[in-house]
Design a protein around this ligand. Structure first.
Ligand SMILES: O=C(CO)[C@H](O)[C@H](O)COP(=O)(O)O
Ligand SMILES: [Fe+2]
Length: 220
């Protein structure tokens, strides 16, 4: 029996020389979503991939593409990522001046909209946007790199957001990203998360281990 926890492997830890095959492998291994980290070398100190690569990857899985934008500015790239096949687009409030406008642009494309909170970002930025969003992503590391250590102070934030979501009565997913492994996954789930991003913990051990790694994160 499966629980309601969704596992979204971050392809940041995949073999970049064979990304299409890697996506097909994590799909076959039982992941729920595919987390794609887009970094611009400006908003975060690393550069990864753009919409053309996302488009090229789209035929390799029918599972939702969960696109995490770590770019600034963000608005002029929404259409390109929607065209490329993103199912959910999340962005950081610090990346632009008009959070509500950005959410509306994402929703206008029929794509799910998510807000990403950095470890030091206040919950107050969610106060007037809860009615418009589909996902809240809590960063449990500072954005920019895979393989970092989980920041435990974020558990309190996850619990507080879980209460806000339940009080809103809306169907908003609560995702946690960064340092998720077999030890920290249960902590994030207990605090109220229902989507776990995992890069290192999914891809560790090579393709033969992907299914076992994903099941372990799910608590099975
Ligand atoms: O957004 C991210 C980094 O900015 C990544 O999604 C995240 O770090 C996943 O990697 P890992 O599971 O190895 O921590
Ligand atoms: Fe991410």
């Amino acid at each position: 029996m499966t629980n309601n926890i969704k596992i979204a492997p971050s392809i940041l830890s995949a073999d970049f020389a064979q990304l299409g095959a890697e996506i097909a492998r994590i799909d076959a291994a039982g992941c729920d979503w595919i987390h794609i980290d887009v970094m611009d070398g400006h908003f975060v100190p690393n550069i990864t991939i753009g919409p053309q690569v996302v488009k090229a990857l789209r035929p390799h899985s029918e599972k939702p593409f969960d696109v995490h934008l770590m770019i600034s500015p963000v608005d002029q790239y929404i259409d390109a990522f929607a065209d490329a096949g993103a199912d959910i687009i999340s962005f950081h409030p610090e990346a632009g001046p008009h959070m509500h406008r950005t959410v509306q642009s994402i929703k206008a494309r029929g794509v799910g909209a998510g807000i990403v909170l950095n470890p030091a970002t206040s919950l107050s930025c969610l106060d007037h946007i809860m009615g418009d969003i589909d996902l809240i992503l809590v960063m449990s590391v500072n954005p920019g790199f895979g393989g970092q250590k989980f920041i435990h102070s974020q558990l309190e934030k996850i619990s507080a957001i879980r209460k806000m979501i339940d009080a809103s009565g809306r169907d908003i997913r609560l995702e946690v990203d960064g340092g998720i492994d077999r030890a920290t996954a249960p902590l994030a789930i207990s605090a109220g998360a229902d989507v776990l991003v995992a890069g290192t913990a999914t891809f560790t051990g090579g393709p033969d281990k992907y299914a076992e790694n994903i099941a372990a994160l799910r608590g099975q």
